[in-house]
Design a protein around this ligand. Structure first.
Ligand code: GDP
Ligand code: GDP
Length: 439
């Protein structure tokens, strides 16, 4: 699915991060068991009236400390123009128009993006209604008065935002084509890996299909399976600006993850998994995507008989929430094991789409509850699981009908997941458990 990106732009102190938190704070999480991922202020998955979107606070982009305000604003606006469908241009109504606001506006106007001027700090509504007219000088049609701090006017603003969303578009790839995103920091070898895979004799690149905007996907066939690499253009495109370019490419990666079934996270063997890798992988996890960890540049590592195991241990330790993800060690340079990556992706895609038999599922649940008694609350009332079903795949999602959903706790939920994995596998895919009261 293509998730629209909404970017917040504006000079420092106008209230961008307050607005960001206000919008994201209302989010009801559908993932009940959150892994311990540190949340980034820069971007968040959120929704309004059931319409999901990705919210980006460009003020959170870290640039060199000695970057001048003017360059910083230019850069942040450029990120918004390149990556976002809708731009929220925040100004401070109490301070009025400033020269920096005008500069940002000049820049934004040159793009053909939908820009909404958000006049913040408008608690004094009557005054703000009068002051608002000054801001029409910026040349944008829509001006919304809000107070991010007090939550005034943000609902109307979001109504307008989702109104601007492009028509919902599904990629019309064959139902059984495996959609793969290749993610990872710059220079880990993503484009080398893609080139190596596509360059193999047994891989038939049959089509290059453009989807939304400047994303280009690559369709290919290998051993009678169809694959699509999502946004090959984004993988091959080299950063055109140097300032903070890493944070920039993250947004593009998140969009690619949204549109894919399986995320291949490429890690440089000489660097290991970084904080940013964990955040991006955490996003894929929460979005319910299959995940494969590809340790590249394996040719550069000096090896003895235990090196691979040591690496594996380290990665497992670094990203505990990804304990289900297969790890493979490759070299995009020499081609070692690159085709195996496809086999693993294929296997993970099967697990991701796997539906288990209801009666087998229920005997697994029954056995699990016999082996380890469900938790009870302080009054001695004990969780009872009556039965389970698997209504959804991609990722496998289980609904367990219970006497009282409040009685389940984090560790029992994790225990149940482990039991499901033990019985069914589900390698490489997150699984979800929803508990419902049996009516
Ligand atoms: P940013 O630099 O644009 O991200 O701005 P912040 O969100 O950090 O806000 C800058 C300052 O403005 C903080 O002191 C906020 O508490 C304050 N602020 C943000 N929103 C409002 C608002 O709606 N009304 C008022 N009065 N202050 C606000
Ligand atoms: P991207 O930015 O993630 O797409 O990375 P590139 O594919 O552009 O690779 C960055 C650099 O790493 C290039 O100089 C590649 O030649 C090099 N590189 C990529 N894969 C490997 C590998 O497996 N081994 C070695 N030694 N170098 C690699």
């Amino acid at each position: 699915m293509n998730k629209p990106v909404v970017a917040i732009v504006g000079r420092p102190n106008v209230g961008k991060s307050t607005l960001f938190n206000r919008i994201v704070g209302n989010r009801v999480s559908i993932v009940e068991d959150k892994p311990s991922i540190t949340r980034d202020r820069l971007y968040s998955d959120t929704e309004w009236l059931g319409r999901p979107f990705l919210l980006v606070d460009t003020g959170g982009i870290e640039l060199d400390a000695d970057t001048e305000l003017k360059d910083k604003m230019r850069y942040q606006a450029q990120v918004a123009i390149d990556e976002a469908e809708i731009i929220l241009f925040v100004v401070d109504i109490r301070e009025g128009l400033t020269a920096t606001d005008r500069e940002v506006a000049n820049f934004l106007r040159q793009s053909n993006k939908d820009v909404i001027v958000v006049a913040n700090k408008a608690e004094n509504h009557e005054q703000a209604e009068m002051d608002k007219y000054d801001f029409y000088e910026l040349g944008f049609e829509e001006i919304y008065l809000i107070s991010a701090q007090h939550g005034l006017g943000t609902g109307d603003l979001l109504d307008q935002v989702i109104d601007y969303f492009p028509e919902h578009e599904e990629d019309d790839y064959a139902q059984d084509a495996i959609k793969v995103s290749i993610i990872g920091r710059p220079n880990v070898g993503k484009s080398s890996l893609v080139n190596k895979i596509l360059g193999q004799k047994r891989v038939i690149v049959s089509d290059i299909a453009g989807t939304t905007r400047d994303a280009i996907d690559t369709y290919f066939e290998h051993e009678e399976k169809d694959y699509v690499i999502i946004d090959t253009a984004g993988i091959r495109r080299k950063g055109k600006v140097n300032l903070g370019v890493e944070r920039y490419s993250v947004i593009r990666s998140l969009k690619a993850i949204d549109r894919s079934d399986i995320a291949l996270m490429v890690i440089d063997a000489t660097e290991g998994m970084t904080e940013q890798d964990k955040k991006v992988a955490g996003y894929a996890h929460e979005a319910g995507k299959g995940i494969v960890l590809v340790v590249n540049k394996w040719d550069l590592v000096e090896k003895d008989g235990r090196t691979m195991n040591r690496y594996l241990k380290e990665i497992r330790h670094e990203a505990k929430f990804l304990n289900y993800a297969p790890v493979t060690f490759v070299s995009a340079l020499t081609g070692k094991r690159v085709l195996e990556v496809l086999e693993i992706a294929n296997y993970v895609a099967e697990q991701h789409a796997r539906r288990v038999d209801t009666s087998v599922l229920n005997s697994v649940i029954e056995e699990a509850t016999l082996m380890f008694e469900p938790p009870a609350n302080k009054q001695g009332k004990r969780l009872k699981i009556y039965y389970g079903t698997q209504p959804r795949v991609k990722p496998p999602t289980f609904v367990m009908f219970v006497n009282n959903p409040e009685l389940i706790n984090f560790s029992y939920r994790r225990y149940l997941k482990n039991q499901l994995r033990k019985s069914f596998g589900f390698e490489g895919t997150p699984i979800k458990i929803i508990v419902r009261e049996r009516s």
